[in-house]
Ligand binder design. Structure first.
Ligand SMILES: *Cc1c(COP(=O)(O)O)cnc(C)c1O
Length: 461
């Protein structure tokens, strides 16, 4: 066998055509898939193929069979969970990352991708107004970015208490108190679970889901020993930001490590009109965000940022002779992320920032918020519709009178399939939840989506 470039050329040409068939269909197609997962399992289920198949035929079969089960998440009319689309330069860069097939674990082994990721990290710190020189690790998502921040926190606060957690683990360690707001994201709990902490001590939140400062102050005053505070920039339902400056002041009085989960909301820090809501956030110790949400790079790409030098590396680094780590002693990507072997997932981030520039990032973020406000205004004006949250960022939560009617409107809307918004429960109510995260959503999509909700309301009568 020999590497024959022509075999790749033919397959990639066909994959490009099939990708464009999908992308060409996105603006006009319903968002919902036409088959559910059981139907899709029936489409793909077959015994292990005994013999091989031509590579082009494989790619063609894959595209044809998968199509009915692919949700149009890149559509400007998709508002489910917090997802986001893909910028053209990022998708192109992602293809190159696959073609290069680098194991981007070490600077020595993959100098090109290591340099690109380091520059992307420096650009992110600049754009988000976070401390220059912070470690930036590109993870699979914000769950693992939260994990990196909290693993760094664990190592740091225990080291300060005279305990080497890498050597001794948690058994017999000084008790670390982890405080987090009542409306933190579930991934914070998951990260804490991975780290052997169990559930955090919960601090009550206000009606918008923001941590309450008086409650935080009294919870902090009861703590004896090492303490970590988890704050949130961007509540899943309301988009609200914890009051950073006040919370950080309380935390700093008590010597706490402060980690901020800003999976989608940290991006507000890039916008001159929005950044006031995050005032003081740069004085935290670690931050987690996603590039695959608000920045619109392809899955999967999260970003972990740790301000104190060498802390992430002390928590996550490994040293063995065979790996050949950086000669000058700089942090290798694998020293500040959970994985050893890893995809160069920071490269599409570089491409997104290169395509947009600082001004384009600001326009992207401000545009998402403008569309969220337009959806809230348009939908809130319909009879019987209440917007439950203050629309301060990209999220909108609606009720349609009773919980039962809200569930029925949500069901009808999803059944209709022309747009996608997901249901949830918040503040004791069933809600229809909207997240505007796609760079491609425009005023036409907003009008189209309001009309789709009106149709669902009429069908639910
Ligand atoms: C999405 C999200 C996460 C988890 O991020 P993943 O990229 O799914 O791992 C964490 N926190 C918040 C606020 C989120 O919206």
């Amino acid at each position: 066998m020999k590497l024959n470039p022509d075999e790749y050329r033919a397959v990639l040409d066909r994959a490009r055509e099939l990708s464009m068939e999908w992308i060409d269909s996105v603006p006009g197609r319903p968002v919902a898939p036409s088959k559910d997962v059981d139907e899709m399992k029936a489409v793909f289920a077959r015994a292990v193929p005994e013999g091989g198949t031509d590579a082009i035929a494989v790619v063609e079969e894959l595209a044809a069979l998968a199509e009915p089960g692919i949700m149009a998440m890149p559509s400007g009319r998709f508002f489910g969970w917090v997802i986001g689309g893909t910028l053209p330069a990022s998708l192109g860069a992602d293809w190159l990352v696959s073609s290069w097939d680098q194991n981007a674990a070490m600077r020595y082994a993959s100098p090109g991708t290591a340099a690109i990721e380091e520059v992307a990290g420096e650009w992110l710190l600049d754009i988000l107004g976070l401390p220059e020189g912070s470690d930036v690790g590109f993870t699979t998502g914000a769950t693992m970015a939260n994990w990196v921040g909290l693993a760094s926190a664990r190592a740091f606060v225990l080291d300060r208490a005279g305990w080497d957690v890498n050597a001794k683990g948690l058994q017999g360690a000084p008790v670390v108190t982890v405080l987090a707001g009542a409306e933190r994201h579930a991934s914070v709990d998951l990260a804490l679970r991975y780290l052997g902490f169990g559930a955090p001590t919960v601090v009550p939140a206000d009606a918008q889901g923001r941590i309450e400062i008086d409650a935080l102050r009294s919870a902090m005053s009861r703590v004896d020993g090492p303490v970590i505070l988890c704050l949130q920039a961007g509540n899943l339902h309301s988009g609200a930001f914890d009051p950073m400056k006040q919370a950080l002041a309380v935390a700093h009085e008590h010597g706490a490590w402060v980690h901020v989960d800003g999976a989608f909301g940290l991006w507000a820090a890039a916008s001159p009109t929005l950044q006031g809501q995050l005032d003081g956030i740069e004085t935290a110790d670690s931050w987690a965000t996603d590039a695959h949400k608000t920045l619109n790079v392809p899955y999967d790409c999260g970003v972990a940022i740790v301000a104190k030098p060498n802390v992430a590396r002390a928590a996550l680094g490994t040293q063995t002779a065979y790996l050949i780590q950086d000669a000058a002693g700089a942090s290798d990507p694998m020293d500040i992320t959970p994985e050893m072997s890893r995809r160069a997932r920071g490269v599409p981030v570089w491409a997104a920032l290169r395509q947009l520039g600082r001004s384009g990032v600001v326009e992207l973020i401000d545009g998402l918020v403008e569309n969220a406000k337009a959806l809230a205004d348009g939908l809130g004006a319909l009879p019987g519709v209440t917007v439950l949250n203050d629309v301060v960022f990209t999220q909108v939560c609606l009720t349609f009178g009773s919980d039962e009617r809200t569930r029925e409107v949500t069901r009808r809307l999803i059944e209709d399939g022309a747009v996608w918004m997901s249901g949830s429960k918040w503040s004791g109510h069933d809600v229809l939840r909207i997240s505007v995260s796609n760079w491609a959503t425009d005023a036409d999509d907003v009008a189209f989506s309001i009309a789709a909700v009106q149709r669902a309301m009429a069908a639910a009568e």
